[in-house]
Design a protein around this ligand. Structure first.
Ligand code: SF4
Length: 712
């Protein structure tokens, strides 16, 4: 990195990547002439309780992206003469965006302009982007890539408990519970430092059950590994609940005192006989019985889900079935027990609370709630009636590009790689009248844009994120950005001014956070008692944390924050959790003679999401250079495939090519592909955009494919 000096000798901050938000220190190290000046080095930060100094390779190498050779440092504008993106001044680039978005609005109306955000944006950016869409552009068409991440769990959480916070308890509770059922999470690869919570659980005598069609590095730690056919987790959970009931293991007092709707949920579960569940899932009845015994024998227990059960066209009901299991056994709303979602993206939790989601206003308020509209409009100084209503969900919005959405402003996302049915979405992006992208590198999506803005990265700016526990954290600016790069907040400020809003979009993140606090006050995700100072002093504050001084003439104790939710009552009107009757239904796409194999997708330890950043890090690329197709030896034999053979995987939406990796750690009816790469091995070319009817989450985790040796 040339030039910029660190703002302090060593700065405590957090990793730019996943939802664990590991603590780290950053410091400048003289890199000598060859390195072009100071380089930024990660130093262990043992005082942050979540990771206690541990980092995975992604976090440890994150500074490499700061000084990457392919870092964007000047705006780019597509020139009509060449058709290519070429350097431009900030003034020209911003003017072109204002003109492009403004012209679309004039010609086609305000909902012809779309905005797409990301779960990696800080709370301040997510808030400012939502406000920009609704106040400056007046469009309802805003959503973000977090819709692809955990929205089914969020919807199920809301439905059962009246409130969605990924984990309603801190991670530190996990080792002290009696039994954990981990469903569709490979945290040994997605967030390795979190594995210690499971290791400590077992050291303390707790039991671990892992549900995953693959025997992952996480599943290898389990006392019991259940490997259901992809897309059948819902049947599995219902089968377990059937056994809980038939074996008399329900907690009737808890059901009576703390819940509602049991009779209907019970009846639905009793229709799922274990033998039938075995046929649907492939999990033998004795394993189902053993899981029930382990979970019920433990005095306390947790179910933790991740993308496996959530990224399905019935994800909300699938998570709901696991919640029903917790409620029926009295393992929710009690110390050391409960259901939780292991959110994926760095600010996946905060990103869904502050208004970049199609149906939400800041503070996790509903856009359709008149009181919420009035409150937020009051903070924004606008007429509540001027705020648009809910827009389309992420996939639906992307699918409408070039149709009734003509222009798009995109921040913090790379849907060309990460969206389902990705080649179709790439076509939609190409068909836009105007596309503007703000990013740190020329991602595959940015490469399609008419204007690209180079923006700052995590270590170059201050802002808050909310990790998977609901702990609000402060990422501190540790290094100055390269000349020519601006923050997303500066971009929104400048665009707002060009579009006639001189005020209301500050560039100072703390000023934005103060407004966010007021906008969230009284809402479900109440941040009003949280300040940068408190976060720094307390190493994070758990929401809800209302401002206790509001309206008080006397000094009052600040609210301590809420590490544990639902211990006295759930967040529903009557304080009771809701059972929801759910029944199994097949995946949107089942195997047939033409597409006889199931595809499931996921992640590898050395890459993060669409790989836009991690694919630019030499060490990570060396560890995970490209996609692969994992398949069982029996399937390989049937197809005549050897290790390393290039395979073509074909679905109804397209084809992808990648080498074979043969392992008995996967079911023989299923192949697995990681989704981090573009090009011929792009796994999301194959995936199915069938949407969950409640959460609008696409079905990334299961579709039908044909596998062939390339050239056959
Ligand atoms: Fe970063 Fe997640 Fe790795 Fe921690 S586990 S270092 S937050 S990517």
């Amino acid at each position: 990195r040339t030039s910029p000096a660190l703002t302090q000798a060593s700065t405590p901050t957090h990793c730019p990547y996943c939802a664990l938000q590991c603590g780290m220190n950053l410091r400048a190290v003289p890199g000598g002439e060859a390195a072009g000046g100071d380089v930024v080095e990660v130093v262990e930060r043992t005082d942050f309780p979540v990771n206690r100094g541990a980092l995975c390779g992604k976090g440890r190498t994150a500074p490499a992206v700061l000084s990457s050779r392919v870092r964007l440092t000047e705006p780019l504008v597509r020139r009509p003469a060449t058709g290519r993106l070429e350097p431009a001044t900030w003034e020209e680039a911003l003017a072109k965006i204002a003109e492009g978005l403004g012209r679309t609005r004039e010609v086609y109306g305000r909902d012809a302009v779309g905005v797409f955000g990301g779960g990696g944006l800080t709370n301040e950016k997510a808030y400012a982007l939502g406000k920009f869409a609704r106040v400056v552009l007046s469009t309802s068409q805003i959503d973000y890539n977090g819709r692809f991440c955990m929205s089914s769990a969020a919807a199920a959480h809301q439905r059962a408990f009246g409130l969605d916070r990924g984990l309603p308890f801190p991670l530190e509770d996990i080792p002290r519970t009696g039994c954990v059922i981990l469903v569709g999470s490979n945290l040994a690869e997605t967030m390795p430092p979190a594995l210690r919570y499971l290791t400590e659980l077992k050291e303390n005598g707790g039991r671990l059950i892992v549900v995953d069609p693959r025997r992952t590095r996480t599943a290898e730690q389990a006392d019991l590994h259940l490997a259901p056919r992809p897309g059948t987790d819902l049947a599995l959970a219902l089968g377990l609940l059937h056994l809980v009931v038939s074996q008399g293991r329900t907690d009737d007092a808890f059901i009576q005192e703390r819940t509602a709707g049991w009779d209907e949920a019970r009846a639905a579960a009793m229709a799922h006989w274990p033998e039938h569940v075995e046929r649907v899932t492939g999990v033998p009845v004795p394993q189902l019985r053993e899981a029930v015994r382990m979970f019920c024998d433990a005095g306390t227990g947790m179910v933790l889900t991740a993308r496996g059960p959530e990224q399905q066209s019935k994800g909300t009901d699938t998570v709901g079935a696991w919640i029903n299991l917790c409620l029926a056994t009295g393992k929710a709303g009690r110390p050391l027990s409960g259901y939780g979602c292991l959110t994926g993206q760095g600010n996946g939790q905060g990103g869904r609370e502050h208004g970049q989601k199609a149906d939400q206003l800041p503070g996790y308020r509903k856009l359709t709630d008149p009181a919420a509209r009035e409150h937020v409009a009051g903070v924004w100084g606008v007429d509540p009636d001027s705020l648009p209503g809910p827009g389309r969900s992420a996939y639906e919005l992307l699918d409408a590009l070039g149709g009734d959405i003509k222009s798009l402003l995109l921040m913090g996302s790379n849907p060309v790689v990460s969206a389902p049915r990705a080649s179709h979405i790439e076509e939609r992006l190409r068909s836009l009248d105007f596309l503007a992208v703000a990013d740190v590198v020329l991602s595959e999506t940015a490469a399609l844009a008419d204007v690209v803005l180079p923006v700052t990265q995590w270590a170059e700016e201050t802002g808050t994120t909310t990790n998977l526990e609901g702990r609000v954290l402060l990422r501190r600016r540790a290094v100055g950005p390269p000349p020519g790069v601006r923050t997303d907040l500066e971009v929104l400020h400048a665009l707002a001014a060009l579009l006639g809003h001189e005020k209301g979009f500050p560039v100072d993140p703390e000023e934005v956070f103060d407004e966010l606090r007021r906008a969230s006050a009284g809402g479900p995700a109440d941040y009003s008692g949280i300040s940068y100072r408190r976060i720094a002093e307390e190493d994070g504050v758990f929401w809800p944390c209302p401002d206790t001084s509001e309206g008080s003439a006397h000094a009052v104790e600040p609210h301590p924050g809420t590490p544990r939710l639902f211990l006295d009552r759930f967040a529903t009107e009557d304080g009771r959790a809701r059972f929801v009757p759910v029944v199994h239904r097949p995946a949107a796409e089942e195997t047939d003679a033409e597409y006889p194999v199931l595809l499931t997708t996921g992640r590898v330890v050395a890459q993060y999401q669409s790989g836009a950043q991690t694919r630019r890090v030499d060490e990570l690329n060396a560890a995970a250079p490209g996609p692969f197709v994992e398949l069982h030896p029996r399937l390989a034999q049937r197809l005549g495939v050897g290790e390393g053979d290039r395979l073509t995987v074909v679905s109804r939406r397209g084809r992808a090519v990648a080498p074979a990796r043969i392992t008995d750690a996967i079911r023989s009816d299923t192949v697995f592909m990681p989704f981090h790469w573009p090009g011929e091995g792009r796994a999301n070319t194959l995936t199915n955009p069938a949407l969950d009817p409640t959460s609008r989450m696409p079905e990334f985790k299961v579709c039908a494919v044909r596998v062939e040796r390339e050239g056959d």
